[in-house]
Design a protein around this ligand. Structure first.
Ligand SMILES: [Zn+2]
Length: 299
């Protein structure tokens, strides 16, 4: 059974880029007769707020995108992440990291770091185990990871040069994104991960973590980002480009879905429709891999 998921962080309004990812995932799964779920990635500290997640679910439902099973909130699943950490500890794959943010800034040598991502330089790799009350990092094995992306085709990355050993557990007791995402994709039986191209650079790292936990590897698709009509990052205007913001500008949910469907190669031109109307024509080979610009009249 094919199982896809949309997994937003409840830190703000879902903008058109997020909604495009959700629709692409939904269409891919519906076209294959599978199951589609929504998961709230709310482990990452105080920026995540339950009420923002509720608004996100409401906006998705307005477009006709609803989870086939009750929505999972990661903040309620700590015991699973603890178990995974214990397994990695037994396998000798965890080590304590005592670096402060300032230490890491001083160590960062790369002059141009894509998307603000700086690989952890491995400063604490040789430290002895000190218990679960420390920040913990995952020891990556050497070498490149190859995978076949549904959209970008053959991919290969060296996770050591992109993220370095990822943080899995923070000193403040929070589980980090990489751990929660990998554990839950495995626990929920996710077979297909559709997400924005901004997360492509962490895929190799997450595959290494799956391997260490003995979890199957899902198929990946990394969609081009949605930019403002002038090609710039959505940034501050992103909130205006959510379901509610667009509705205030007289853009209806069926018009949003039609534009998204057109941007995914399902329609000749943007025209109002429901997600169901797009299932027959969805095909990964027709989805453009590049960035997509929001219509000028919407911004
Ligand atoms: Zn360190």
């Amino acid at each position: 059974m094919v199982l896809g998921r949309f997994a937003p962080s409840p830190t703000g309004v879902l903008h058109l880029g997020n909604l495009r990812t959700a629709l692409a995932s939904w269409l891919s799964i519906r076209a294959a007769g599978g199951r589609w779920i929504i998961r709230m990635e709310d482990v990452d500290g105080p920026r995540c707020r339950r009420e923002l997640g509720v608004v996100q679910l409401r906006d998705l439902a307005a477009l006709g995108l609803e989870s086939d099973v009750p929505v999972v909130w990661q903040s309620e699943r700590s015991s699973r992440y603890h178990e995974a950490l214990a397994r990695l500890r037994e396998a000798g794959r965890l080590y304590p990291c005592v670096c402060t943010r300032r230490d890491l800034q001083l160590l960062a040598s790369a002059p141009h770091v894509e998307d603000g991502l700086r690989p952890y330089p491995g400063r604490c790799r040789e430290r002895a185990w000190e218990g679960f009350d420390r920040a913990l990092r995952f020891r990556l094995p050497d070498g490149r990871v190859a995978w076949e992306d549904l959209l970008l085709r053959a991919q290969a990355d060296d996770p050591g040069s992109l993220t370095g050993d990822p943080l899995l557990f923070r000193r403040d007791g929070c589980f980090a994104y990489h751990l929660a995402v990998v554990v839950d994709d495995g626990a929920q039986g996710v077979t297909e991960v559709v997400r924005g191209a901004d997360l492509r650079s962490v895929t190799a790292t997450q595959i290494r973590l799956q391997e260490a936990l003995g979890l199957p590897r899902p198929a990946y698709a990394h969609l081009g980002l949605v930019t403002a009509s002038d090609g710039s990052r959505l940034g501050k205007r992103a909130g205006a480009l959510g379901v509610e913001g667009l509705s205030n500008c007289q853009v209806t949910p069926v018009e949003i879905t039609g534009w998204l469907g057109w941007s995914l190669g399902c329609l000749e031109r943007p025209e109002p429709c429901s997600p169901e109307d797009l299932v027959q024509s969805f095909d990964w080979s027709k989805v453009p891999a590049g960035e997509v610009r929001v219509p000028e009249t919407w911004i």
